[in-house]
Write a protein that binds this ligand. Structure first.
Ligand SMILES: Cc1ncc(COP(=O)(O)O)c(C=O)c1O
Length: 349
């Protein structure tokens, strides 16, 4: 449903809490979570651990903080962490790898977010090589944002986990949209999480909660995470007010993600055959559609789209991302297709 007349495809982060979320937020029992006695936060943490099949979970204000804590605990100062070249942690988290975890990112290319396993294994530095910082961890991203919402399969992740075990490495998953991956694969999220040591997932994206992410892992690591969250400034007091929306998100918004995926596919199909733009249909696997522009810069194209009350996000000079979410319906998708067709037609004339 267009919000204030705008069909806002920029991101699923623009979703607003549902009326039911606002209701449970206003009625949530709360306490001081720094003392561990907010019952709603505790319930959210238990539910998150249960759903992901992990021993424990910690509620954090953002996905970036969840990833940062995992890096601090899973990599360590002066150590190396292997990650994919277009991953969110390396590109969009303000340098947390080096500034806060004091670690070195080793960046490798991939096919749609999956670093080939042989390449991954041959890039590991063991402690024996005196000139190189030893590799301590591997980070994956599922779904993969910059690759257009592509999904890593459990089989691939299992391959990564097996090689990580051979080399005694920690595996962290940036699972900001891991529920989109689970829904697209038709598997419970635990079947993805089983292949990693720690996983961050966001409540505030397609699941529509207003604030918050979870970091899940084993009990000892999550216990240490409480102290790291504190020194990063992420310990919150009556956080149950926002955790209540997170519980509802996990209980009621996961299956709904399939509608977002159908709408992304509908948008991509609607764009087929429009001259001047290209969509790689193989990458339309979840709730993103990446559009490549042949004749116009992303900035100019988006300005023209705005005249049709359609908003999207520039990803590079010639690439635009459309994201479907709970505040986008079929009419918004049709409006976007018509607007894109009109703008490309104007450009050709
Ligand atoms: C793949 C991925 N990881 C992590 C994050 C960070 O989440 P937050 O904005 O809550 O810090 C995002 C946010 O868009 C993301 O897309």
């Amino acid at each position: 449903m267009a919000y204030q007349g705008i069909s806002d495809f920029r991101s699923d982060t623009v979703t607003r809490p549902t009326p039911e979320m606002r209701r449970v937020m206003s009625n949530a029992p709360v306490g001081d979570d720094v003392h561990g006695d907010d019952p709603t936060v505790n319930r959210l943490q238990e539910l998150s651990a249960e759903m992901t099949g992990k021993e424990a979970a910690i509620f954090v204000p953002s996905g970036t903080m969840g990833n940062t804590i995992a890096l601090i605990l899973g990599v360590g100062e002066g150590m190396e962490v292997i990650m994919e070249e277009k991953c969110h942690i390396f590109n969009y988290e303000a340098g947390n790898v080096s500034r806060l975890a004091r670690s070195l990112p080793r960046i490798l290319p991939s096919v749609d977010g999956a670093i080939p396993l042989e390449r991954l294994e041959s890039s590991i530095h063991t402690a024996m090589r005196v000139h190189c910082p030893p590799t301590r961890a591997i980070c994956l991203e599922n779904t993969h944002n910059l690759h257009g919402g592509t999904v890593l399969t459990p089989k691939y992740m299992q391959g990564v986990k097996e090689l990580a075990e051979r080399h005694n490495l920690h595996v962290h998953l940036d699972g900001a949209r891991v529920f989109n991956a689970a829904v697209a694969l038709g598997v419970p999220v635990a079947e993805i999480a089983v292949h990693v040591d720690t996983m961050m997932f966001c409540l505030s994206k397609g699941l529509c909660a207003p604030i918050g992410s979870m970091l899940v892992g084993d009990k000892d690591l999550i216990h240490e995470a409480i102290s790291v969250r504190k020194y990063l400034g992420g310990a919150m007091r009556q956080a149950g007010i926002v955790a209540a929306a997170g519980i509802l998100a996990l209980q009621t918004m996961v299956e709904r993600l399939a509608e977002d995926h159908e709408r992304a596919a509908r948008l991509a199909r609607g764009l087929e055959g429009i001259p001047g733009i290209k969509v790689d249909m193989d990458t339309v696997q979840t709730n993103f559609v990446m559009l490549e522009l042949e004749y116009m810069s992303a900035g100019e194209f988006l300005e023209r789209l705005k005249e049709h009350q359609v908003w999207a996000l520039p990803f590079s000079d010639r690439t635009i991302r459309f994201c479907t979410h709970n505040d986008i319906n079929d009419a918004d998708v049709d409006r976007a297709v018509d607007a894109i067709a009109a703008v490309t037609k104007e450009a050709a004339n």
